[in-house]
Design a protein around this ligand. Structure first.
Ligand code: F6P
Length: 363
């Protein structure tokens, strides 16, 4: 009997709603339609370096469409090219890429499907250059990947953030307060912009438009004078004041991208309260945006991306990622993704639309 071709699936970076939906789509189509053998690498690139993987049968990926997180586990620190090893207080980095490549080769893979954001896909591109047949699938709540109009996880994060803003709205209105809602997004303002618009934020602050705190305070006072005794400010964790800097919450030395943002909402809240004299509270939505079940949109997107990736395996389209351009699934060179984050363009129609309604961007 002819030996079945084998593929592996790896999930890297932060988890987000929809990863399991992609794992399911890739594995089910590979097994059901293409007759392939599928294995799952455990905990992202840790599993590659340490040879940790398991078989994925059809039943293993059944019933996970709606499940948050990733059944394979993931890691935001594992990088075979700069593998962090901690001994007590001492941290050293080793290039274990040769071991990683050997381990993958021993698995006899037709393709390694890497599901991840810029970090994971950047490493995938290096592995591809080192001779591994790789196909990427874009994943991140931040929607900041080049080469694709949208990433799965984003819609779910926007949905959760919007739900949060809606709930904040009623308490803000009842107690006549200024409520600052800080949302994730890393160095890009996609989540803040979309949830800010969807939640009717009076002020939306994104990293791409440095803000002037006096202008933000001015907007709040103007609303107050007009009888709106509350205001909602949606701020991206990566936002910064004009001439000022981002707020770093912590440095994760082991991580390829060590900076963790968070806390700018508190800084702004204090300043606004001081200038306006109005009672202000800050809520950080943080990791809540990464949890729970994917929205129908993300489930559909994940299914489309996952099944397209399997077609790409058949076409030997290695070194590419599946992406979305103008509502169609396309293939994009991984090289493109590795060029850096996709931020919100200043002429984005949603910024224009929000401004036309009187929404303040702090500039
Ligand atoms: O990239 C996804 C993301 O959730 C960002 O929005 C955020 O800046 C970062 O990850 C948080 O990282 P961690 O899970 O390490 O705190």
């Amino acid at each position: 009997m002819k030996k079945k071709k084998r593929i592996a699936i790896l999930t890297g970076g932060g988890d987000c709603p929809g990863i399991n939906a992609v794992i399911r789509a890739v594995a089910k189509k590979a097994i059901y339609e293409k007759g392939l053998e599928v294995i799952g690498i455990e905990d992202g690139y840790h599993g590659i370096v340490n040879n940790r993987w398991r078989n994925l049968e059809y039943n293993d990926v059944s019933g996970i469409l709606t499940l948050g997180g990733t059944i394979l586990g993931t890691s935001k620190t594992a990088n075979p090219y700069r593998y962090a090893i901690r001994r007590g207080d001492k941290l050293e980095f080793k290039d274990l890429s040769k071991i990683a490549v050997q381990n993958i080769k021993k698995l006899g893979l037709t393709c390694l499907v890497c599901i991840g954001g810029d970090g994971t896909l950047g490493i995938a591109y290096r592995l591809f250059k080192d001779g591994i047949p790789i196909i990427g699938i874009p994943k991140t709540i931040d929607n900041d990947l080049r080469g694709t109009d949208i990433t799965f996880g984003f819609d779910s994060a926007v949905w959760i953030a919007t739900e949060g803003i809606d709930r904040i709205h009623t308490t803000a209105e009842s107690l006549h307060r200024i409520m600052i809602v800080e949302v994730m997004g890393h160095k890009a303002g996609w989540i803040a912009l979309y949830s800010g618009v969807a939640g009717g934020g009076d002020v939306i602050l994104i990293p791409e438009i440095p803000y002037d705190v006096k202008i933000v305070a001015g907007k709040v006072i103007e609303r107050h004078k007009k009888g709106k005794r509350f205001s909602i400010v949606v701020i991206a964790e990566g936002a910064k004041p004009r001439g000022g800097d981002i707020v770093i919450q912590r440095i994760v030395k082991e991580s390829p991208d060590p900076i963790r943002l968070g806390g700018i909402g508190f800084v702004l809240g204090e300043q606004i309260e001081k200038i306006t004299g109005l009672e202000t509270r800050t809520v950080v939505m943080g990791h809540l945006l990464r949890g729970g079940s994917p929205t129908p949109f993300d489930r559909i997107l994940a299914t489309g991306l996952g099944t397209k990736a399997v077609d790409m395996i058949e076409d030997k389209k290695f070194g590419y990622m599946v992406g979305v351009k103008s509502n169609s699934l396309v293939t994009v060179p991984l090289k493109e993704v590795a060029k850096g984050p996709k931020t919100v363009p200043l002429n984005h129609p949603m910024i224009k639309a929000a401004r036309s309604l009187g929404t303040c961007f702090g500039d």
